[in-house]
Design a binder for this molecule. Structure first.
Ligand SMILES: Cc1ncc(COP(=O)(O)O)c(C=O)c1O
Length: 372
């Protein structure tokens, strides 16, 4: 074996990165802790699962697995373009929306550039930034959310991309229509603003009350705006990996040159197409989420636990210094939630809203471990 430290050959930015920490998989917990009947409230997945119509449609696709998928994703892109009243040329498909975030950074950002995002923002932003050797400019959060004034002030002539998650993961915080519109107005055209709307469907269901915007409606006004969405959350297709962006056609053209030729597989393309049409399943999931959110908030308030108000399908609750112990105790109860110390939130746990029964089990388990 060689003595060469191969890791030291990686770029400085990559060496400084911490790998993305996914939620603990159910079978890993069963193996390691010897527990059964596990519920996972850790990765913001859809507790109703995938639409039955998707599952049925995929049966027909199985006969075609030996074929490459449609590398242009024509049918899905057309459906998305119709849905959003944009041109097909404005849509880029990704192997999950993470793929888009990565392609975009590779297409537009070099080591000479700076990328601006918020403290406590989604973990993939630093990963894609540092992977291309660019400088990450992390702006301290305001009330757990994005401080748009400070983000605007941080723009220099080196800034190429600004990432904004609305709502943000893991905090669930959101930016209102007017503040975001003012921000977009103030950002120079040469700076790309990526509005990551992975949890759009949940937030938009209460848009009027929360003044939550639909970023796609701003695209005709701001050519430097890129909106990303995903089928992983409200559409219940996380395992298949499919997401997309809507942007100016010239941005999409650049993304299209960088992406891998068949970055979205055939099952994912078909599933997304069918899921888009199953509004009943989508709405059932959103309704369940609203009810589940109230169920958890009621418990937190009863127990005088602080939480961060959220418009997504998860919520961060303040446990205190023993958050990691509570996380671990919950694992022994067969419940996987998400510690967020890697987001500089060591006293919080992030809970994905589950079915009523799953939430109930979590609530009972939480009460039990908190009285230990
Ligand atoms: C804010 C945010 N953006 C993007 C993603 C990426 O999701 P996917 O790659 O599954 O589309 C996630 C997933 O957790 C997220 O929380």
């Amino acid at each position: 074996m060689s003595d060469c430290d191969l890791f030291s050959l990686a770029t400085k930015g990559v060496q400084a990165l911490s790998p993305y920490q996914p939620g603990k998989p159910i079978d890993e917990l069963e193996r390691e802790y010897g527990v059964t009947d596990v519920i996972k409230l850790a990765s913001n997945e859809n507790p109703l699962g995938s639409s039955a119509k998707v599952v049925a449609a995929l049966q027909n696709e199985l006969a075609e697995l030996s074929r490459y998928p449609d590398g242009n994703g024509f049918t899905l892109k057309t459906a998305l373009a119709n849905m959003h009243s944009v041109a097909v040329e404005q849509i880029t498909l990704g192997n999950g929306s993470n793929d888009i975030l990565e392609i975009l950074t590779r297409a537009f950002v070099t080591p000479e550039h700076e990328v601006v995002f918020s403290q406590h923002a989604f973990a993939v932003y630093p990963i894609v930034t540092q992977a291309v050797g660019a400088k990450a400019v992390v702006i301290p959060a305001k009330n757990w959310g994005h401080d748009l004034d400070a983000m605007q002030k941080a723009i220099t002539d080196k800034t190429r991309v600004i990432f904004i998650a609305n709502p943000n993961n893991p905090t669930g915080t959101w930016l209102e229509k007017q503040e975001l519109a003012d921000f977009l107005q103030a950002v120079p055209e040469t700076v790309l603003v990526v509005l990551d709307e992975a949890y759009f469907e949940f937030a938009y269901s209460d848009a009027l009350a929360k003044n939550y915007p639909n970023g796609i409606e701003w695209l005709h006004q701001y050519s430097n705006l890129i909106v990303t969405r995903t089928f992983s959350k409200a559409y219940g297709l996380a395992g298949l990996r499919v997401g997309y962006s809507v942007s100016h056609a010239q941005v999409a053209d650049a993304l299209n040159r960088v992406r891998q030729p068949f970055n979205v597989n055939s099952l994912a393309l078909k599933a997304a197409e069918v899921a888009l049409n199953d509004t009943e399943h989508l709405e059932a999931g959103i309704k369940l989420n609203t009810q589940g959110m109230s169920q958890l908030i009621t418990t937190f308030e009863d127990r005088h636990l602080n939480y961060i108000p959220s418009v997504a399908n998860f919520i961060c609750v303040e446990i205190g210094e023993n958050a990691m112990k509570v996380y671990d105790d919950l694992l022994y109860e067969g419940i996987i939630v998400r510690p967020v110390a890697n987001y500089e939130m060591p006293h919080f746990l992030r809970i994905t809203i589950g079915t009523e029964k799953e939430n109930e089990r979590f609530i009972l388990a939480l009460k039990k471990v908190l009285t230990k």
